[in-house]
Write a protein that binds this ligand. Structure first.
Ligand SMILES: [Mn+2]
Length: 367
């Protein structure tokens, strides 16, 4: 009988110890747990994160009463892997001393992490704005063949940021090298830089040649064989856009998206099945400002050396376009730091700025 009782007590003790260990584990993880795990952050929530890195001093850049009149620089992160890109982008924006509010749009499952909010604050972002992912409707009809494009249409949500009068949108895989505030002073409803190809490849009738006012130089649109109902359209790159949020524009873009997927072979070819195709079609028949290529310089082309102009003009924004597996922050396992897949070296520099800010934020206050 005693033996059974001892076993029973031992089992009880073991259970209590296990429970305590689980409790300790839970408490130790709490620091990195979503701040509101039970209640997801509502779409549209705007979180002032400046105080998380000791900035702000209680002042607000944006007042609720001024909603709709703000102009801001905005980026978007829909997948965790792109957060590191946003940290570099934020640090680069801070480095050029932008005077506009900077906003990172994240879905609730990323935005709810206190560590994510703090890191974005350290990177220099002022606000985290909660958005909801927009699924790729091509998946519903079995035509999504590139898995990384599963939520590319979420970028169209930028047209739903109704608290802003105008938005300078920058992809999380861009790095800013020169102050871009002048773009937000423009009064164009939409402005975007072109996809370009070197002039020596700009031959035949299927290309559009245009004059880059800023550089006073001729350029050629790349991929101009894009067909839409039998005619060619110019291709712009939507990694950098000045845009005007409007519920109506969003509704029209979404209707066009569904129409494109249903009636055209949008998903066939390199440029298909994404926000860029839809925006190019939409603005083909509407007025917009064509920005200089210097506002959206593709790192891969920059390094190819086909563009003599870069020897005379410094780019404003570098863009690491392309698939997720080519992003500059993708490290081969065990590879040393200097073998980052950084084609033009600008991301590594920006990320170093972020790491310095991070170290400064972690250091104890000077006495
Ligand atoms: Mn991009």
């Amino acid at each position: 009988m005693n033996r059974f009782r001892r076993r029973f007590v031992a089992l009880g003790v073991a259970l209590v110890v296990a429970w305590l260990l689980l409790l300790c584990y839970y408490v130790s993880r709490r620091g990195d747990a979503p701040t509101a795990s039970s209640e997801a952050l509502a779409d549209g929530t705007l979180i002032d994160v400046r105080a998380l890195s000791g900035r702000g001093n209680g002042t607000t850049l944006l007042h609720a009463s001024e909603r709709g009149r703000w102009r801001a620089i905005v980026t978007l992160v829909t997948q965790r892997e792109y957060l590191i890109g946003a940290y570099g982008l934020g640090a680069s924006l801070r480095n050029v001393a932008t005077t506009y509010a900077t906003v990172a749009c994240l879905p609730s499952d990323l935005a709810a992490f206190h560590s994510v909010q703090r890191n974005l604050s350290i990177a220099g972002f002022d606000y985290v704005r909660v958005i909801t992912r927009l699924g790729n409707p091509a998946r519903d009809i079995g035509r999504l063949h590139q898995a990384h494009k599963v939520d590319v249409f979420t970028k169209l949500r930028m047209f739903q940021l109704s608290e802003f009068e105008r938005v300078l949108y920058l992809d999380a895989d861009t790095v800013v090298k020169r102050n871009v505030d002048a773009l937000l002073a423009l009064n164009d409803e939409f402005a975007v830089a072109p996809e370009v190809t070197p002039m020596w490849r700009c031959i035949g009738e299927h290309h559009f040649i245009f004059r880059d006012e800023l550089q006073n130089e001729d350029w050629c649109h790349g991929h101009t064989r894009e067909l839409y109902h039998g005619r060619m359209i110019k291709l712009s790159n939507t990694g950098v856009m000045l845009l005007t949020p409007s519920p109506r524009t969003f509704d029209e873009l979404w209707a066009l998206t569904l129409d494109e997927l249903t009636h055209n072979d949008t998903c066939i070819g390199m440029a298909g099945c994404n926000d860029q195709r839809v925006l190019n079609v939409y603005y083909d028949q509407r007025p917009y400002r064509q920005l200089s290529v210097l506002y959206n310089v593709f790192c891969d082309q920059f390094m190819q050396g086909n563009f003599s102009v870069f020897r005379h003009h410094r780019p404003f924004v570098f863009h690491y376009r392309g698939q997720a597996s080519f992003k500059p922050w993708i490290l081969r396992p065990g590879s040393p730091r200097d073998s980052w897949n950084d084609q033009c070296g600008e991301f590594v520099k920006a990320y170093d700025l972020y790491l310095k800010a991070y170290a400064a934020a972690a250091a104890p206050a000077p006495r």
